[in-house]
Design a protein around this ligand. Structure first.
Ligand code: DGY
Length: 416
């Protein structure tokens, strides 16, 4: 039954070549949502899976940037819509990006489709290359192989406490009046606060007033944080892109990617916080580590990193967290005083993070914890349905229902 429900969510949220995360709260195409959705489609429609990624890359900008939202059609149910972003692109898009999971997904699709889909993979390869180059050109702090986020929405973990201190530098005094739409669909207790929204909107206005000039924003944006999540995800994506380059005999690109990978493997040292024994995001403007252990802190295995001392510390942290909550992996360490069970990225469990963490643990041979993460994800969905996120203590649902990426994670991993 659950498989059928998951499939019907993807079919219902399909708007013809692209899928919305949830028809009411998020009525457009979102970047990393689409990548996970493609994995879900592989369970019953491989052609449609490819189409999801292809449509996302139809919105790629000439400089290689891939936006976090594509506004294929307008919808008054969401703020900020295309007018507030005002990117002047065709199609209209947002001006910020999102975690680059697409290359990893394309490799998975290719592994499943084999020779028959080689042309589709080869057609996406230069676009994926252009996106990784865009990151290395505009978002790689001091060439260390890290990813600098210019907006909390870029990280996908919108209201994580990691952004509280760096976000204090954002001037919200001039934000033109706006009306939130998220809280008309959902309980405000599950969403970011008004003060956080003011910061989000101020950064949208800041980028728009500078014509979404990525080079300039990289130098001047008031919020610049080396995000542990995006850094790990890009490192993983580059490894998968390297496998595609090798399969296509693209030697020059393969060499270029090996360089990016080597740099990132060194660069992550800057994110390691020995005091808390985990990888943490770090403000590039002040140099301060957030010190927050979030679900993104457990993506090192997914990124293919391996270091006996650090691995031991990370596994101990995950075990300790697993003893404190019924369901792994909460988006914030439950021992943190700011932990909130249902508020978005300050506590709830997200199926896509679990998928990446679980897959990394499996690949690293950490079978016990890998099984726990996978079974917890399965139990949450069985118990509560295909919600946006879940309370890690009770498993109760939080956020939107009929959520595409939760259905996708069920189909490709948790429900298998
Ligand atoms: C939102 O509107 O809540 C999204 O997370 C932005 O990407």
């Amino acid at each position: 039954m659950r498989d059928e429900d998951a499939r019907s969510i993807l079919i219902r949220n399909d708007r013809g070549g692209y899928t919305v995360p949830n028809g009411r709260v998020y009525p457009f195409q979102w970047n990393w949502d689409s990548a996970f959705v493609a994995l879900g489609f592989t369970a019953f429609d491989l052609d449609r899976a490819w189409r999801e990624i292809e449509s996302l890359f139809e919105a790629q900008w000439p400089d290689g940037f891939v936006p976090h939202i594509v506004f294929w059609k307008d919808d008054p149910g969401y703020f900020p819509g295309p007018d507030r972003w005002d990117t002047k692109t065709r199609p209209l898009t947002s001006g910020i990006t999102q975690p680059p999971v697409a290359a990893t997904v394309v490799r998975d699709l290719w592994m499943q489709g084999g020779e028959q889909v080689r042309d589709r993979m080869a057609a996406l390869f230069p676009k994926l290359m252009a996106w990784t180059r865009w990151f290395r050109t505009h978002r790689d702090f001091e060439g260390r192989g890290l990813v600098v986020a210019l907006h909390p929405w870029e990280t996908g973990r919108d209201n994580s406490p990691e952004w509280d201190e760096p976000g204090a530098a954002i001037d919200t005094s001039d934000v033109a009046p706006y009306q939130r739409r998220d809280t008309s669909h959902l309980d405000a207790a599950m969403r970011p606060t008004t003060a956080e929204y003011d910061r989000y909107v101020a950064l949208v206005d800041y980028g728009r007033e500078r014509g979404w000039d990525h080079a300039r924003l990289a130098r001047e944006n008031p919020f610049r944080v080396a995000d542990v999540g995006m850094t790990m995800i890009l490192l993983r994506a580059d490894r998968d892109l390297l496998a595609l380059a090798e399969a296509l005999g693209r030697d020059a690109e393969a060499e270029e990617l090996r360089g990016y990978i080597a740099r990132a493997e060194q660069g992550v040292d800057w994110l390691w916080n020995a005091e808390v024994g985990a990888y943490c995001s770090r403000d590039v403007l002040t140099g301060r580590s957030s010190g927050f252990v979030t679900s993104a802190s457990f993506l090192g295995f997914y990124a293919g990193l391996s270091d006996p001392e650090r691995d031991k510390a990370v596994l101990a942290a995950l075990t300790r967290i697993g003893e404190a909550v019924r369901y792994l992996v909460p988006s914030l360490d439950p021992h943190d005083p700011g932990f909130q069970m249902i508020r978005y990225w300050r506590g709830p469990v997200w199926a896509v993070l679990n998928y990446m963490i679980g897959r990394g643990l499996e690949e690293a041979g950490q079978e016990g914890l890998a099984r726990r993460v996978r079974e917890d994800t399965r139990d949450l969905i069985r118990q509560s349905g295909f919600y946006e996120a879940f309370d890690p203590t009770t498993g109760a649902p939080t956020g939107g229902d009929d959520f595409s990426w939760t259905a996708a994670v069920w189909l490709c991993w948790a429900g298998r």
